[in-house]
Design a protein around this ligand. Structure first.
Ligand code: ZN
Length: 331
């Protein structure tokens, strides 16, 4: 019994307001949850997804204003692929260009792609593909529904030994090898397609990757429910990968472990979902805290940087100079 594709990807950003502006106003994803890092409540945890926050659509960030840039290398996710509908590549090229983003057209495994970086250095690719599993457009977003980002298409890793990591994907998580394109090898789960694919390339001479601004923290894979999570967790444990106990993230439950190449993986349940503690019409509008942090809400809120854009400014990446409080070094 394997996983059902990618649940979410979590990355490290710089200034929170720039991150929010880029993902909501340029890429047109919806902020579906505004919370804090549960291990470091002086830092936001921001979740961007489709209009309904479906599992698989979700790219999340810890924005740390003063964090050092990450180092690209083996054992880290080096790129996040976002799924866009077939036929929208030209629209997206023009849109990114109009926001002064330097996007490069490419092709991967036969699909059209645009490669670029977000304002804090995270490597992204928009990849055309049909067959996205579940999607609800964000009706208030700046991008027409038929061109909106569907969700996470896939992720790419550099590995010392893609064979060892590939065997783990196949034997424990239920993936199947799905061929190669140049130096990249691909693995698919549940028949492949958007949201169900990962790619790796051998990088024996590269340094070990290091977490930092513009880097990916972890990749979460979908499990249907608690029983499914326990079954896959046991398989991970038998494979010697030392999974954590189940941690309640309120919108889903999580288990973490490093795969053999060192990339941090998570198993996340599809439910209960982002509307468990907020009206679906108002997702992401207010700060949601875990119960044990509620008594400290006023202090936490006062220490977090302002998120809302300065009124009257249209450019998504021009707010960097706006004053904001320093993020306290907690946890
Ligand atoms: Zn996660």
């Amino acid at each position: 019994m394997g996983v059902h594709g990618i649940h979410h990807v979590t990355a490290i950003a710089g200034e929170a307001r720039e991150n929010l502006a880029f993902y909501t106003r340029v890429l047109g994803m919806r902020l579906v949850k505004r919370s804090v890092n549960q291990d470091d409540p002086g830092t936001y945890h921001l979740f961007y997804a489709d209009g309904a926050g479906h599992p698989g659509t979700d790219l999340t960030f810890f924005p740390w204003r003063n964090v050092k840039p990450g180092r690209k290398g083996w054992g880290l996710t080096t790129e996040v692929e976002l799924s866009i509908p077939v036929g929208t590549l030209d629209f997206w090229f023009d849109r990114l260009s109009s926001h002064s983003l330097d996007a490069r057209r490419s092709e991967r495994f036969g699909a059209g792609a645009l490669e670029f970086r977000d304002p804090h250095g995270l490597e992204l690719a928009l990849v055309e593909g049909d067959g996205w599993p579940e999607f609800e457009p964000w009706s208030e977003g700046p991008v027409e529904a038929d061109a909106q980002v569907r969700g996470i298409h896939g992720v790419r890793f550099w590995q010392h030994d893609p064979g060892e990591s590939g065997a783990f994907l196949e034997d424990v998580l239920g993936f199947a090898a799905a061929g190669s394109d140049g130096e990249w090898q691909r693995w698919d789960v549940d028949g492949g397609g958007p949201g169900r694919t990962v790619a790796m390339r051998a990088a024996p001479d590269a340094p070990r990757g290091v977490w930092g601004r513009g880097g990916v923290h972890h990749v979460a894979f979908r499990v249907s429910d608690d029983a499914h999570q326990q079954a896959v967790r046991r398989a991970v444990e038998v494979a010697g990968r030392s999974p954590t106990e189940v941690i309640d993230r309120f919108w889903f439950r999580s288990v973490y472990f490093p795969e053999p190449g060192g990339v941090l993986f998570e198993l996340a349940t599809d439910g209960p979902g982002f509307s468990v503690d907020e009206d679906p019409a108002h997702l992401g509008e207010s700060l949601i805290l875990p119960p044990w942090l509620e008594p400290y809400r006023a202090r936490i809120q006062a220490a977090l940087p302002a998120l809302e854009p300065v009124p009257g400014r249209q450019s998504p990446v021009s707010n960097a100079e706006a004053a904001e409080p320093q993020i306290p070094a907690e946890g």
